[in-house]
Write a protein that binds this ligand. Structure first.
Ligand code: DGJ
Length: 711
């Protein structure tokens, strides 16, 4: 039901996001002002202060805020550089589980509209916010920058931001905790196809002081965009050094090199930013993001993800039918639930024996697999496993039949495109390419019994350009290719609704809440060194539930297999090991881990996460502990990891969600020890007061399963 009203009269527009919110109002000139933001933001009073003295809700180039960077910069059809918006109309639409508020502004002079969209989800406290732009100017306008939102808040001198800019491949989710300083700090990603390898499109902000897990103001923001993203933190000091600074957080798609030429009558939709403001620390930000991700993002959120055995780290490209059958045998023996055949299974005339050839030729390489995929899928089924397959539909090796037939299908400009991992990016703006990409998945799934797909993308865009775009709008590629790729993914979902999809782009190159809407999970990183993984998964867990975060045991880092198993068990558990090369102790650890996974993955994937001991703690990064709980039953699984040597005692784990009057069965597992589970009964009071865990050796772990004794 829509409720329309005009707000050119200065009345307030209040958005209650669930525990926090914002108030906007138009000043006398019609300019949209931010009157309130934060825990009491939705009830801020307009009072005596003239509205014109409040900050611009969305500063434009040439608008009222001449001294700070704008959120929107447009070159109009007549060449004018300035945009001045006035509020024209507000509509509120009740939706299932929330509300959609639209605030339409128009330029004072040009026939151009900017709409602010705010979609609430009070059950989680996550607000989605974005802008849409459309115009009827006499010719196209050029969008030079187009932030999705630009809230202004006060940041104390010891405010803190956590951002996740890393070094690229195998270095995702680096936890960077830092203060704010005057000026503009940009946190941006590039490359279009796998931008999140360099910078996850998420941010944590503690405006009132150092961030904490369980107390203080904490904001979480996630830009829902499968392309390049940017957070700009504009900090302007106010008053003396001890006074709070003004912080404007502008964020959305990264417009660098992506100035968008927008035709009259066409609607430009900027990415939605999902964000929340908690007053009880990062734990609450996480709780909200997990609820929202489950309810609004993840496919089949209630389906417990299976235990996946992958062959990539075991074989790379070097396998044949017998080798894969052996691995399937062993995976079945261990109790895995899906066998995933990774890269290297295709390419007849250009066999995919390494990454130099074959991409694009999606016929089974009969030299490796003379009988095709069916016997593998059958063998898997016979051992109680589903079968999965790897594809990289968006790419082509020049050494392929596809490229010989369609050299004009690639993303490029007028110079020869650079190769990266010996491959080029197919141009999804070409209709036949989109159909080809969707058909790659159809072909991979043509044998019955294949019900899981890993969708990979292993290079960035380096030579943006498309034959489908005129010379004046080549830069539109950065935006259009994201939508075109999503269209292909949507089509795949439509054609294969039952198939489980893992999202991968050279590891975690596509970990955003928008692309994830088409998938069940993502490959968190190719870096599976368990010590690094504890820290990566810790960072990632602030925004994503473990159900989305694939975590496999490998030999990366040369750590003990039992330790790798314990780490992978706190994500969506799987194995990527040469199972035939395991020692008997390693085999026993893997076997126990799979059994443990079957008992605990429901809780890990769907329970409530409680982070207890941070591996990012400035004073001591040597250990970590976290729990997954079912608040309804108190069932708990608790993980503790000793990552590095430390001479500090481990802090007791206070399990304060338990019932002090109940009795619990506590099963403690050390995967390093065969049959290493010790079962005791403890009172809730005892566990609330603290569970001691003195792990002195690095690369050791414990897992506790805690269940209430009934009766
Ligand atoms: C990159 C992925 O992250 C790996 O897991 C693997 O699938 C390779 N690509 C295959 O080429």
């Amino acid at each position: 039901m829509a409720d329309d009203n005009a707000v050119v009269d200065g009345s307030a527009v209040r958005v209650d996001a669930g525990g926090w919110g914002l108030t906007w109002a138009a000043d006398d000139a019609g300019c949209l002002r931010q009157v309130g933001l934060g825990p009491e933001g939705a009830t801020a009073q307009l009072g005596e202060i003239p509205l014109a003295l409040f900050p611009d809700a969305y500063p434009t180039y040439g608008g009222g805020d001449a001294l700070r960077p704008p959120a929107l910069r447009i070159t109009h059809a007549d060449g004018s550089l300035t945009t001045r918006l006035v509020v024209e109309h507000v509509s509120r639409m009740v939706e299932p589980g929330g509300e959609h508020v639209t605030m339409r502004c128009r330029d004072e002079r040009f026939h151009l509209h900017v709409e602010h969209h705010l979609r609430t989800h009070p059950a989680s406290g996550v607000l989605e916010q974005w802008v849409e732009i459309l115009h009827e100017e006499p010719g196209p306008v050029r969008l030079m920058s187009y932030d999705s939102m630009s809230p202004l808040l006060l940041a104390s001198p010891d405010a803190e931001v956590v951002q996740f800019v890393g070094g690229g491949w195998a270095d995702e989710w680096r936890w960077n905790e830092e203060g704010l300083s005057p000026g503009t700090k940009s946190l941006a990603s590039f490359g279009g196809v796998q931008p999140h390898l360099q910078a996850a499109p998420m941010l944590l902000l503690s405006p009132s002081g150092p961030g904490s897990e369980r107390s203080g103001d904490s904001l979480g923001c996630s830009i829902q965009w499968g392309g390049n993203t940017r957070f700009d933190l504009d900090v302007r000091p106010k008053g003396d050094l001890a006074a709070p600074s003004e912080l404007r957080l502008r964020c959305g798609a990264n417009p660098l090199g992506a100035e968008y030429l927008l035709d009259p009558g066409v609607r430009f939709v900027a990415p939605a930013v999902a964000w929340t403001w908690a007053t009880t620390g990062r734990a609450e930000v996480t709780r909200r993001f997990h609820i929202w991700t489950r309810e609004r993002v993840l496919r089949d959120p209630n389906r417990v993800r299976p235990v996946v055995a992958n062959n990539w780290e075991a074989t790379f490209f070097d396998f044949d039918e017998a080798r894969i059958l052996d691995l399937i045998d062993q995976s079945g023996e261990l109790g895995a639930e899906v066998f995933l055949l990774d890269d290297g299974w295709f390419g007849t005339n250009h066999p995919r024996d390494d990454d130099t050839a074959g991409l694009g030729d999606w016929d089974v390489d009969r030299a490796k697999l003379p009988n095709g995929l069916a016997p593998l899928a059958d063998a898997a089924a016979a051992r109680g496993l589903r079968f999965g397959i790897w594809v990289e539909p968006e790419m082509v090796n020049p050494l392929s039949e596809l490229y010989v037939d369609h050299p004009d299908w690639v993303v490029r400009d007028s110079r020869e495109p650079a190769e990266h991992r010996n491959q080029l990016v197919l141009d999804p703006l070409i209709d036949e390419v989109r159909e080809f990409e969707a058909s790659v998945v159809d072909r991979a799934l043509c044998d019955p019994g294949i019900s899981y797909v890993k969708w990979d993308a292993n290079r960035p865009i380096t030579d943006p350009g498309s034959t489908q775009l005129g010379p004046d709008r080549q830069a539109n590629l950065w935006v259009d290719q994201v939508h075109a790729t999503w269209a292909v993914m949507d089509e795949v979902v439509r054609r294969h609704p039952e198939v489980e999809l893992m999202l991968c782009a050279s590891g975690g190159g596509r970990t955003d809440h928008a692309t994830l809407r088409r998938f069940h999970e993502f490959w968190t990183s190719d870096n599976t060194d368990p010590v690094t993984r504890v820290r990566m998964q810790w960072a990632c867990s602030h925004f994503f539930p473990a159900a989305a975060m694939a975590a496999h045991v490998t030999r990366w880092g040369g750590r003990p297999i039992h330790f790798g198993c314990a780490v992978a068990l706190s994500g969506r558990f799987g194995l990527d090991l040469d199972l035939l090369a395991l020692s008997s102790d390693e085999w026993a650890a893997c076997r126990s881990a799979v059994a443990l996974a079957k008992r605990t993955q429901r809780l890990v994937q769907q329970g409530r996460l409680v982070r207890l001991v941070s591996p990012m703690d400035r004073a001591d990064r040597s250990r970590a502990a976290l729990a997954c709980i079912d608040p309804g039953s108190d069932e708990t699984v608790l993980f503790a990891y000793q990552l590095e040597a430390s001479n500090r005692p481990s802090p007791s784990l206070m399990l304060d969600w338990l019932d002090p009057d109940a009795t619990y069965t506590v099963t403690e597992t050390d995967l390093a020890v065969a049959g290493g589970a010790a079962v005791t009964q403890r009172s809730g009071r005892e566990l609330i007061d603290g569970l001691d865990w003195q792990l002195t050796e690095p690369e050791t772990a414990r897992v506790w399963e805690i269940t209430p004794v009934r009766g």
